[in-house]
Ligand binder design. Structure first.
Ligand code: HSE
Length: 438
């Protein structure tokens, strides 16, 4: 059989990795796919030829992405340029032209996936996006196919390698934020705009996709509560560690009685929990299903060849499905398109979690009683309190509290009142705490 011809948009970190993997493992991949795979047409604004070893295998390379999506020879478009404007137009045009699509573009799927999947379904083509979430970890396939028997209760993931790398280096080496971020950028882990990593936006894109597949709800990126790691003070990383916790940027989505929680924020995770031990640029996703219990997926969440691993797996999947009836392929978002549910997404005020609080208080009789009384009136139960030793004569001392679970709304009210107390200085630091038990 003739090799299938693919068109590649982008020859950057992931595009270059895809060329390298497809070239290096060409024979094994062809044995798995049932036919050879040839990159016949590629477009890139610029690329580093020294980092890509299979360039000579590509028949045409130009700067014109439109020529690739309009090339009649090309059957599969692999979109690796990122962003959600030009990439969206190119993909919609490629679908209109009847091409199959493979993309690693999480922002695009999270924000425009509903329209893209609809267009693809009308045209009978597939849009595969394994590389959009957690790099090389096959979490989309695991959730959509491997766990299809389950009612999913919740998913908690470390799904941004750059933020995890920054927090790990802060905790283990006391390095500063900017220096570690620059290193993540140099390694090709960070987004083109690194605020996406630091502010939790990239993780929110990925969580949006995971929640849709887990719960059969439309993609709703605009409803994700998103908080980054930019405000994390190294002192809280250290205090958390003393208490037996690690601070991680987590994406959590939960099916609760009243709807779906969809949130990205830093959280204290107990040290014995495997997720707390996922360090550096690594990613991990913990899924709680009713039948299977807890399953954990761990691996490289970013980087050239780990992400290319997922891209190439999608290409092979698409090649295998070309001869099948489009009506009977695995649905893009796991559930049949007519069976999507409109479960409400909860606001962050409705979410219940435990909390780590740090207050600067005057070391005086009655101060603690005042704080405890406010917490009690808001129905907040204290699990632990620790006053940090300060040099003799220090007027203000840090007070650390861990609470039991409470709604964010009650916690907001309590914090507002505590901050007005005469013997409490400045803002209360609050970080959510997740036990992640089943
Ligand atoms: N910037 C992303 C990360 C790349 O650091 O995880 C992979 O999506």
């Amino acid at each position: 059989m003739e090799p299938i011809k693919i068109g590649l948009l982008g020859l950057g970190t992931v595009g270059g990795g895809t060329v390298n993997v497809l070239t290096r493992n060409a024979q094994e991949i062809a044995r798995r796919a049932g036919r050879g795979i040839q990159i016949s047409h590629a477009a890139a604004k610029y690329f580093n030829p020294n980092l890509i070893h299979g360039l000579d295998q590509i028949i045409h390379i130009s700067k014109d992405a439109w020529a690739v999506v309009n090339d009649p020879e090309v059957k599969i478009i692999v979109e690796l340029i990122g962003g959600d404007t030009i990439a969206r137009d190119l993909i919609l045009k490629a679908i209109e032209n009847g091409k199959q699509i493979v993309t690693a573009n999480k922002a695009l799927i999270a924000k425009h996936g509903n329209a893209i999947f609809k267009a693809a379904q009308n045209k009978g083509v597939t849009v595969a996006f394994e590389a959009a979430v957690a790099g090389g970890i096959p979490i989309i396939k695991a959730l959509r196919e491997g766990l299809t028997a389950n009612h999913i209760h919740w998913i908690a993931g470390i799904i941004n390698g750059t933020a995890n790398f920054i927090l790990t280096e802060m905790r283990t080496k006391g390095r500063n934020f900017e220096e570690v971020l620059a290193e993540a950028q140099a390694c090709g882990y960070a987004e083109a705009d690194p605020t996406f990593d630091v502010m939790g936006i990239d993780a929110a894109h990925k969580l949006t996709i995971l929640a849709s597949i887990a719960f059969g709800i439309p993609l709703q990126f605009d409803k994700v509560y998103t908080e980054g790691i930019n405000h994390i003070d190294p002192i809280d990383v250290a205090y958390a560690q003393e208490l037996g916790y690690r601070i991680k940027l987590v994406g959590i989505t939960k099916h609760v009685d009243t709807g779906i929680e969809l949130r990205v924020h830093p959280a204290l995770i107990p040290e014995p929990c495997l997720l707390a031990n996922v360090d550096g640029v690594m990613n991990a996703v913990l899924v709680q299903g009713d039948a299977v219990g807890s399953t954990l997926y761990y691996g490289a969440g970013a980087g050239s060849e780990p992400t290319a691993s997922a891209v190439v797996a999608d290409i092979v999947d698409v090649v295998r499905t070309l001869t099948t009836d489009p009506e009977h392929r695995v649905p893009h978002l796991a559930f049949q398109p007519k069976e999507m549910s409109n479960l409400p997404i909860l606001s962050i005020e409705q979410v219940e979690t435990a909390y780590y609080l740090r207050l600067n208080v005057e070391d005086k009789v009655g101060v603690m009683a005042g704080i405890a009384s406010i917490l009690a009136t808001e129905g907040i139960s204290i699990e632990a309190i620790q006053q940090k030793e300060q040099p003799d004569g220090a007027q203000w001392v840090p007070l650390i509290m861990l609470t039991h679970e409470v709604t964010e709304l009650c916690m907001n009210k309590a914090i507002q009142r505590i901050e007005t107390l005469e013997h409490v200085k400045g803002s209360v630091v609050r970080i959510r705490l997740e036990q992640l038990d089943s």
